[in-house]
Design a protein around this ligand. Structure first.
Ligand code: ATP
Length: 278
């Protein structure tokens, strides 16, 4: 469970977070979606104790992140945006170092690491140096590493950035599997389809403030059901309708080329923020 209340973060010249409030119940997969610079990483850095907040409060499974720091830190695993495995160490050693940081006894570390490597389908790479792994494998190992101490909350900062489509889907399946084991997942992304596919609920973050929080289907239904894209005088125009008939009526007798399609989460994001995510 994650509770954030009126969270603010000021850097010298930027108000990175302007009073963010949200609650992620136990076991939910929550996506925090926004364009570059929206404040996604800043939020994760504050929740995981890497950056101090300017105002407001946050709790992880009920523990105050600044007043009960140690207990709060035991609640989560973090997969940062950039690959930070120790390249010279093997896969096992990378995970083992993490288990030691959490003072796990040796036998428990071994058991847990084997279990996790089996879980992510990389047991055969246990003795491989990290530098010999592909980008997708490194990402899976980073996810496994974050789970060594059995946290109940997992933070994933842009978990599939830079990975190709096939590997991205494999990571999605892994994230879903982790949630099905009961872990609360807080994921940042600027890939809308990632949020639409994975998340129980999504927050749209823009310039340090939340614009909307809801389930993907409910966010989409705020806009309409059918969309008509049309190029008009060199500009792309999209209009939204609640029925197919209304959409068809709109394009009847038009000479421009158009496409009729279902409304998706990207439409909802654009309509609610007036921005493009990518
Ligand atoms: N250490 C820092 N010092 C000054 N400004 C910062 C610092 N870190 C972030 N910012 C600013 O705070 C704002 C939010 O940045 P943040 O990295 O949280 O955004 P983001 O949504 O994670 O974007 P991205 O997808 O690019 O990582 C941006 O305007 C950024 O320039």
């Amino acid at each position: 469970m994650i509770r954030i209340e009126s969270l603010r973060k000021d850097y010298k010249n930027v108000q990175a977070l302007k009073g963010v409030t949200l609650h992620v119940p136990e076991g939910e997969l929550f996506a925090y979606l926004g364009p570059n610079g929206a404040g996604k990483t800043t939020t994760i850095r504050i929740l995981t104790g890497l950056t101090r907040l300017t105002g407001g409060a946050a709790f992880l499974n009920g523990f105050h992140i600044e007043k009960e720091t140690l207990a709060a830190k035991r609640q989560f695993g973090l997969v940062p945006q950039s690959a930070n495995l120790d390249q010279e160490l093997t896969v096992f050693e990378n995970l083992d170092v993490h288990g030691r940081l959490f003072h796990m006894p040796r036998e428990e570390r071994r058991r847990k690491i084997d279990e996790l490597l089996g879980y992510i389908d990389l047991l055969d790479r246990k003795r491989t140096p990290a530098k010999q792994l592909s980008g997708g494998m490194k990402r899976r190992i980073m996810i496994a590493r974050a789970l060594v101490h059995s946290p109940r909350i997992l933070f994933l900062d842009e978990p599939t950035v830079g990975l190709d489509a096939g590997i991205r889907r494999r990571i999605w399946a892994l994230i879903k599997k982790i949630q099905q084991g009961g872990t609360t997942i807080f994921l940042t992304t600027h890939y809308i389809e990632e949020a639409e596919f994975l998340a129980d609920r999504v927050a749209f973050l823009d310039e340090g403030a939340i614009v909307a929080i809801d389930t993907p289907p409910r966010l989409i239904s705020r806009i309409g059901v059918w969309a008509v894209d049309r190029v008009r005088e060199g500009e792309m125009e999209t209009r939204y309708f609640n029925t197919r008939e209304a959409a068809k009526n709109h394009v009847a007798h038009q000479e421009d080329s158009f496409s009729l399609r279902r409304v998706n989460l990207e439409d909802a994001f654009l309509a609610l923020t007036g921005k493009k995510v990518k």
